[in-house]
Each structure stands twice: as C-alpha cells, then as structure tokens.
Design a protein around this ligand. Sequence first.
Ligand code: S3P
Length: 475
Amino acid sequence: MHPDTPAPRRFLPSGPLRGRIRVPGDKSISHRALMFGALAVGRSRIAGLLEGEDVLATAAALRLMGATIARDGEDWIVDGVGVGGFLQPQGALEMGNSGTSTRLLMGLVASQAITAVFTGDASLSRRPMNRAIEPLAQMGARFEPSPGGTLPLLLEGIEPAVPITYRLPVASAQVKSAVLLAGLNTPGITTVIEPVPTRDHTERMLAGFGAELTVEDRGGERIIRITGQPELTPQTIEVPGDPSSAAFFAVAASIVPGSDLVIENVGLNPTRAGIFTVLRQMGASIEELDAREVGGEPVADLRVRHALLTGVEVDPALAPSMIDEFPVLFVAAALARGRTVTRGLDELRVKESDRLAAMATALSAVGARIEEREDGLVIDGADGEPLGGGGPIATHLDHRIAMSMAVAGLVSRNGVEVDDTRPIATSFPTFEALLEGASEKPSPLQGRGLGEGEWREVFNGPLPPTPSPEGEGDL
Ligand code: S3P
C-alpha cells in the first residue's frame, strides 16, 4: 500500500501551536461501522469515516466477501449481505498493518462456512494471533497459522459454530470483539467475561444495529452476552474524532511553550480517555468545551494550553483506557519536571512494534533519560527544557512511534529525524499537514541550537506561571 521507499523526515523545533484543528474519525469505530454495515440487511451511511490504510484494509476484505462499500460525497455507504451472508473470498484478505482488521474479521469468518487466508505486512506478521485463535477454535473453527501462531494464516469457518463462555486471559478489546462477532452467526448465547474493562465500541454499536446484547457488571467484571443470528438493521453513523489521534496534539500543545490549541470533536468514551486523565494529573491544561454526544459516544472540543508538566506514577488500572497513547505519554514525561513511572504495560510489547523497547531506544537517542523495565518505562524528565534531538529514529513500521517522535522533535534543539513517515497513513493521514498548519514558525534564533536559558527567553521571556488545570478563561 505504501510507496516502495521509506520517507524519512526531520521534525524541527516549533513555535506555539495555535488555532483550531479537527482530527479524523476514530479508527476503532470506523472498522466496526464498516463491518456491522456489511452484516446489516440494506444500506448504512457513515459520516466521518477514517480513510486510513487500516480501515481501507477492512473495507477491501469486506468487499471480497460480498459487501458493497463506496464513497458517496463526504460519506461512505455500505450495502450489507446480512448476518451469515458472506461469500467465499476469491483471494487472500490482505490486512496490511492492521491487527484490529485481522482479529475482528477472524471472528466474523469463524462462524461461517467459508475459508479465508489472512496476510499482513512485516509488523503484523510478527504479532500474536493465538489469543484470537484459541476461543474461535473452541467454537469449532479450524486454523493453520504460521509458526508461533502468526500470519499468514488460513481459517476454515464452521456453520453452525458452538456458542461458548470465554473469560479473557488478556485485556483485549480485539479478542473480546472477535468472540462476540463469531457469536453473531452462532445459534444460542455466546458469553465473554472481561475481568478488566476494555474499549466498548463493539457492544455499543452492535446494540445500535439491533443485536440482542446485554452487559452485566458483576463485582467489577463485565459479562457480555450476545444472542446469535439476529437481523441487523442498517444505520446512519457519525464517527467521532479519534482520541488516540488527538493525543498527539494534546501532548504537543502541552509541551510547546506558548501553545493554545483547540482540538475539535474528540471522542471521550471513558474506555478510551485515560490519556487526558493522566495528562491532567501531570498538570496539563485541558479544557472540555461543548460536551455533546456524537454517534452514541461522548464528544467534546478540547482546548489545550502549554503547561509545565510534572512526572507521575501512572496507575496501571488506567492502561486499557490509554493503551495506544503510551508512546506519546512517554514524550510528555521526557519533557516533564521529575520522574514518571509506568508499569503493567506488557501488552505494549506486542503492538505494531515492541513499543517499550522502541520508545526507550528512540527517546534515549534524542537525549531523554529512560530506564526500560520488563513491564514499563521509568522516565526522568528534562524539566521543560528541550531535548537535544537527533535520529534517524527507527519507527519499526509503527505509526504511533513515528508520530510520537515527531512531537518530540517540536521541543528539541536540533530536530528529530524519523526513518519513515509512511506508516502514519495507517491511522492519521492528515497528521503532518495538521501539524504544519497549527505550528507557528519558530524564532530564527531556534535554528542554531539554543542554550537552556535562551530557549525560555525566545518563547516566553521569563518562565510563565503554570496555568491551572481548569483553564483560565474563555476563548
Ligand atoms: C483496538 C483495540 C486495542 C488497540 C487497537 C485497537 C480495537 O488492541 O490497541 O489499536 O479497535 O479493538 P487490543 O484489544 O489488542 O489491546
């Protein structure tokens, strides 16, 4: 999908980020809107769909199995085939970089009498699929994965599949969703027990499409039951902006002196918004404006102003609600005053890259003080002073490493070079354009590499007072 050669880029020190930006649609919700639209009987319409490579991989796979998916002006329309109505795909399902496409579609294929081959890029082909294979095999599907339970993988679905009760051994919305989606075309009740709650877009949206789905809270565990073989009713869906994409700008505006940025239309589902909680604990100035509901999800505009952040111990219980935001949180911590400690993050080692190792190496290379532990990073912040900069940083085909290190470049003396910006298009194709639009030109002094005191003079004169977390007034 990418052009053939890497696209390296040096992200230079930036002046303040100002104005208003709008981040693209939520990736998780976009995947699900396409999948559930493809299973409804009739035409769904989706506004605000993320047109990133991961979501387009889902669309291409659904087309191969009989759904009609097309752009219609600003919207997308999906003509569904009905639950159980997928056709035998005539080619491999090419999943690119997308773990979500792979695991959720494995669930959908598992309970239909079709056979599919899943392939992916070098990053996805290293990621563990056994976590989805195990419950789906219990339901009767047959798998031929590559060694170590990886892609390429052949999946032979079964109809009728056997309903199961499955307790998630890892906190994973993808595995939860895979089982629930297999349950959609399975007679009887399929149950998933979630000891630790994860993002709940599947549950919310399936209920919106008319599936019979209940969620019971039992002593902190969530018990989710889905009754198989409903007829799903087509929907009109508005996809809110992606909090995972907004997080890069929330951190950028927090750490670049003088910034005052409004990020519009940010999804704030509590199972996703942990990054904003932690940034506020660090002293960030993030104000929610015009709180409202979009597509059944809480949404607000976020006004973010520069503040000197302070290191914190991040509560591991918050990890599932900010699992994709740790790379950029590490950047915030590298600029903060004092020490930030994170733990309980073993899952970061099996994302698009090993994000603990990748970020420890990347941030150390640009002058941050990092200790890598088995399940987290310990970061001693630079007290608001810019990092030295450097690179090229190895991004390992991981969009979030590339964007996080771009943000680090904004508050560096010499800029930060990332080895390849192409993966950014998997989740946030407009990232670089938005960054350029929001960033004011730095002072000419900045280019020559500033001494510590000088840096503050250029941006602020004397050190500004730290704004209160509640914000200081109206726009
Ligand atoms: C996602 C779930 C998360 C997240 C991924 C998207 C989803 O993965 O990291 O980017 O849409 O369900 P896990 O469920 O594997 O933690």
